[in-house]
Design a binder for this molecule. Structure first.
Ligand SMILES: Nc1ncnc2c1ncn2[C@@H]1O[C@H](COP(=O)(O)OP(=O)(O)O)[C@@H](O)[C@H]1O
Ligand SMILES: [Mg+2]
Length: 256
């Protein structure tokens, strides 16, 4: 009998594995050897200065950019060369930094078109469409605005709508790029509540965020990127106190 290489109960397969991801565009090294695993049900914060490669890494994970080197596995399946729609079908959901909302359509219609665009089996698994539209608007705390045109919403409300719409689409892993940018403190709390609700359902979230207290409240681990490299992966409190973080954000000072 051949020996068993691993035990699923001892080390469950990560939902996402990044192995040596590098991306060079026109001699500019944007990502350099980025490797880490994400466990199912984890909330991971991705932080780093502007231009450190966070959004680019999301583009690589969702398939809008091909890495120059390295591989990505989703539940053990190599997805490095899959196009974005195939990755979405496997269960990777992305909320964009810029809205994908149709301003001339009502909120209800905006949710409906997104849900109707899902592959048929995935839509069926979500149950009754009308109920789901209601639940999505409720998640965004916008149910009373259902018949209003989306163009009448504030920037923060649009963002909540976009987040809720993606989060209700039956995905397993979510990529959120600065969901609280331009959002009021009250709405920031709502976004945190929504993410915690997802965690309770066993969903996995990667979130790019500048707001460190927010990261500390919701994340299990934080990945720090600088100049396209992972410089630290740890629990939020340890990252907050780390010298590496202070050096990145406030400049290196080897004497302190
Ligand atoms: N398509 C591209 N072509 C050339 N450079 C790019 C492209 N996309 C991003 N960059 C560069 O890559 C770096 C990382 O950008 P980005 O991922 O947007 O950073 P962050 O999201 O951390 O602020 C920046 O220097 C940016 O100018
Ligand atoms: Mg960005």
């Amino acid at each position: 009998m051949t020996s068993i290489q691993y035990s699923a109960t001892v080390s469950p397969m990560p939902i996402l594995s990044l192995n040596g991801i590098s991306l060079t565009i026109q001699n500019h090294r944007i990502l350099q050897d980025v490797s880490f695993d994400v466990k199912e049900g984890e909330i991971i914060g991705l932080i780093g200065p502007n231009g450190s490669g966070k959004t680019t890494l999301f583009n690589v994970l969702s398939g809008f950019l091909q890495p120059s080197k390295g591989t990505i596995a989703f539940r053990g399946q190599d997805i490095t060369t899959l196009i974005p729609s195939r990755r979405a079908r496997l269960g990777i959901g992305r909320v964009f930094q810029h809205f994908g909302i149709f301003r001339e359509m009502t909120l209800e219609e905006n949710v409906r078109v997104a849900l109707e665009a899902l592959p048929r089996e995935q839509r069926r698994a979500l149950g009754d469409l009308e109920e789901l539209i209601g639940a999505t608007l409720e998640m965004a705390t916008l149910k009373s605005h259902a018949k209003q045109k989306a163009g009448s919403l504030s920037g923060g409300q649009m963002r909540l709508l976009e987040i809720a719409r993606t989060l209700k689409s039956g995905k397993e892993l979510f990529l959120l790029d600065e969901p609280t940018a331009g959002v009021s403190p009250k709405m920031t709390h709502q976004v945190a509540d929504i993410i915690q609700e997802l965690k309770k359902k066993g969903k996995t979230v990667l979130i790019i965020e500048h707001d460190l207290p927010f990261i500390g409240r919701i994340c299990d681990r934080v990945v720090v990127l600088d100049l396209g490299k992972v410089v630290l992966i740890d629990e939020p409190e340890k990252v907050r106190q780390s010298r590496a973080l202070k050096e990145i954000y406030f400049g290196a000072d080897p004497t302190t």
